[in-house]
Every structure is written in C-alpha cells, then in structure tokens.
Design a protein around this ligand. Structure first.
Ligand SMILES: [Zn+2]
Length: 188
C-alpha cells in the first residue's frame, strides 16, 4: 500500500510519519527511513532529535538512508529487503515515482512532504507519484499569524529566494492561512 502524507510546513507531516514508523516497528516490520541528500548542502529534513526515533536507530530496528535519487537498482534493493519504507521530504529526492511504481504489493510505502513551494508551485515529484497512491492524507497546520486551523500556506520570510527549494526552518518559513497569506502579500 502506498500512502501520501502531505500538507504545508508545520502541518505535522513528520509527526504523522513518525507515528507510522512506530507502528511498523512495534509490528516487527523491517523498516527504513529515507531522507533527502541534497547536493553539497548536506541533507535536510528534521534531525533525529526525536528520542524514540534515535533509539530505534540505535537498537537497529530502523535503518536510515540518505538518497538524492531513486534508481532502478536502489528501488529493487529497498523493496526486496524492507517491509515498510518511509520517505521524509520526498519531493527533494529525484525519481520518487520509480519507487511508487515498482514497490511490491507487500511493501508499505509512506511518502511525506510538501505539496508545493511557498509560491504555490506544485512539486513535479508530487504530481508524478499521485497515480500510485492508495491513500492521501492532507494535513493543515495552525496559522502562525491568527491561530486559524486552516494553515495551508508555507510563507517564506526571507525576501527573494535564490532557488526553488531553500532549506530552512522556522526562521525562514512560517505556516499561515489564506487570509493572512493574502494580507501579507498585499492582496487583501
Ligand atoms: Zn491566519
């Protein structure tokens, strides 16, 4: 089964992914967490700051890999060895659709990530995996401006971006609702 966990920044995607990882491990599945390895900037996503996650890794219950691109060989290797495959920030990894397409019916694959850039341009990786997803979980965050539960926009706070994916945290991005997004952009 393939599940997509998507939404804006700070909508709880990684927390939801962690919950799924816990369930897989408690169910004695062979589990792997794949994170994006981004060129020369090292890898991003959230650190292994979560204590439970760190213990899973230390106790060899969870394998963590950094990948920049899915190849045919890598996909076959992953699907044959692991039961449960978790991908955090999948849109930063090239060729995700190959994993979605080639995974076996016995594999549980979870893709977690943003739908679009802070300019609301949908990531091509997102579009490419959609036909293969059996379940889609769409999360909203809390608006960090007004407190609305409809925080659906990732607002970039740093002026002009130099690249489509700019690795950042709470200092660079915040989650806002449509009303606040439009107000901040002077369109309301
Ligand atoms: Zn708001």
């Amino acid at each position: 089964m393939i599940t997509l966990i998507c939404g804006s920044m700070y909508s709880g995607k990684s927390t939801t992914l962690l919950m799924k990882i816990q369930r897989a491990i408690y169910g004695r599945k062979k589990a792997v967490l794949i994170r994006a390895k981004i060129d020369d900037r090292g890898y991003f996503t959230h650190s292994l700051g979560n204590e439970e996650l760190r213990q899973f890794v230390e106790n060899k219950k969870l394998t963590v890999l950094e990948i920049s691109e899915f190849t045919e060989e890598k996909v076959n290797e992953l699907c044959n060895f692991f039961d449960s495959i978790f991908i955090d920030e999948f849109f930063m990894i090239k060729n995700c659709a190959l994993l979605a397409k080639k995974s076996l019916p016995s594999n549980d694959v979870y893709f977690g990530g943003l739908i679009a850039t802070s300019e609301n341009e949908v990531f091509s990786e997102m579009i490419e995996i959609l036909p293969y997803c059996d379940e889609i979980v769409k999360l909203n965050g809390v608006c960090m401006e007004c407190g609305s539960q409809l925080g659906n926009y990732s607002l970039y706070k740093g002026g002009n971006k130099t690249q489509t994916i700019e690795v950042g945290d709470i200092n660079k991005y915040k989650c806002v609702c449509k009303e606040c997004y439009l107000k901040i952009n002077g369109r309301l």
